[in-house]
Design a protein around this ligand. Structure first.
Ligand SMILES: Cc1ncc(COP(=O)(O)O)c(C=O)c1O
Length: 425
């Protein structure tokens, strides 16, 4: 199957990328001075660096893996699918106890599939919420008319396992608990182990949205009790956007047969079909799957979860230290910060305008992200994707020069705060 990744590097359309096939992070990065007269910084394929929660900067080799067309019944393609599922299962040490079911669509599709499949029509879900992605799960329950209750903590406070303990003791109708591992709204890391321990002790199923953490923050199915965890191809795995996957305890997935209110998002049906003939039920995202397979090669070469997590942690350290040195304040204390995305308070200086700041950073080759908090004006800068120290230092230099150009001298937040684009109902 090695021909799958064989690329003709003499093809004219690829010559431009030929030099980019070694280390895409450091050696081939086109890093330039952030001065506005100089060329903007650019990735090896000439794109701005994405310091966002996704889609993310991918390596040239991941992009190149997509340069093949496959029929969905192709023998080699079916082999890639099988390998992909096995490798994802191995990331959580779930071989023999759990199964991996890929699903077309963005991350929300697979979150929706998880809730629709695992919470039966007569079940009840307790959702631990401290940001927009927790609220999104509540919205999905409304669409599916699933009984649910929300236990909320503020956006800068982790979800509360002790309060969960009390709630589960008080309400025996609750069948499942849902939690977001890293709440990307703020970048906060939730205490997954403590939540899992409480849910297991009460005999309730745990459903985890690990979209932005999976692959960079350890999650071990041998130690953590859960029914299902979902994530996607394009976050910490650095594949292309377009598909998600669910890793489910096999017995829980078997018990979920017939629960799904949706045909296309029926995880049990998708699993049975894949087990039967190795094929997707409906048109597979072939190019995305090839990219994901290549992205997993690069993930494993980097040292798996430990290696990837270490690079992101270093990116995060450089970013936070550099931004604090410029006078910015992070929303979260370091102890609560996941090395995925960092929320910064908007500077109180009246000359600061986020849209101008964003546009000028984009002109310099760095794309950042607006805030999603309901409690404070903020913006976010991501640490994930095919980025290393050079890009983080480049982004900091671009921030410094942009602030100078805007005449902003005070980066501490104004006292009092207002509302950003939160998802809370
Ligand atoms: C924790 C979490 N859950 C769900 C999603 C939704 O994923 P998507 O935007 O791909 O639908 C995201 C996206 O960033 C996320 O961070």
């Amino acid at each position: 199957m090695s021909w799958i990744r064989k690329i003709d590097l003499t093809h004219p359309s690829l010559l431009r990328h030929k030099a980019l096939l070694t280390d895409p992070i450091a050696e081939n990065a086109v890093m330039t001075s952030p001065s506005r007269t100089a060329a903007p910084a650019a990735s090896p394929t000439g794109d701005p660096w994405l310091l966002t929660p996704g889609p993310l900067t991918t390596s040239p080799t991941v992009k190149q893996a997509m340069l093949h067309d496959y029929g969905s019944r192709d023998h080699d393609f079916i082999g890639v699918n099988r390998r992909l599922r096995e490798r994802l299962l191995a990331v959580v040490h779930g071989v023999g106890t759990h199964v991996c079911v890929p699903m077309q669509g963005s991350g929300t599709f697979v979150v929706e599939a998880m809730l629709g499949n695992f919470v039966p029509a007569d079940g009840k879900l307790l959702i631990l919420v401290n940001g927009a992605y927790g609220w999104r799960m509540a919205r999905i329950c409304e669409y599916y008319r699933r009984a649910h209750v929300v236990q909320e903590t503020p956006e800068d406070v982790p979800v509360d396992a002790a309060a969960l303990d009390r709630a589960l003791a008080a309400d025996t109708a609750i069948t499942h608990v849902a939690v977001v591992h890293c709440e990307t709204t703020s970048g906060i890391l939730n205490p997954l182990e403590a939540v899992a321990e409480v849910a297991a002790r009460h005999g309730r199923g745990l459903l985890i949205d690990a979209m932005s953490a999976f692959g960079a923050i350890a999650l071990d199915a041998r130690r953590l009790s859960f029914d299902a965890v979902v994530a996607s191809s394009n976050k910490c795995f650095e594949g292309s956007p377009g598909m998600g996957f669910c890793i489910a305890r096999q017995a829980a997935l078997e018990a979920a047969k017939g629960n799904s209110p949706s045909l296309s998002l029926d995880l049990h049906d998708q699993w049975r079909a894949m087990e039967a003939n190795g094929q997707w039920r409906f048109t597979p995202p072939t190019h995305c799957i090839l990219a994901f397979d290549r992205a997993l090669d690069e993930f494993e070469a980097e040292g798996g979860v430990a290696g990837r997590g270490a690079r992101y942690a270093e990116n995060c350290r450089i970013l936070v230290e550099g931004m604090r040195a410029l006078g910015f304040q992070t929303l979260l204390p370091d102890a609560l910060q996941a090395p995925i995305i960092v929320t910064f308070h908007t500077p109180g200086d009246p000359r600061f305008d986020f849209q101008v700041f964003y546009d000028r950073l984009r002109e310099r080759g760095f794309v950042i992200y607006p805030g999603k908090l309901t409690v404070a004006d903020s913006f976010r800068i991501g640490c994930i994707g095919r980025l290393g120290g050079e890009q983080m230092h480049g982004a900091l230099a671009a921030v410094r020069d942009t602030l100078h150009e805007m005449g902003v001298t005070r980066c501490a937040p104004a006292s009092g705060s207002s509302t950003a684009d939160g998802e809370k109902p």
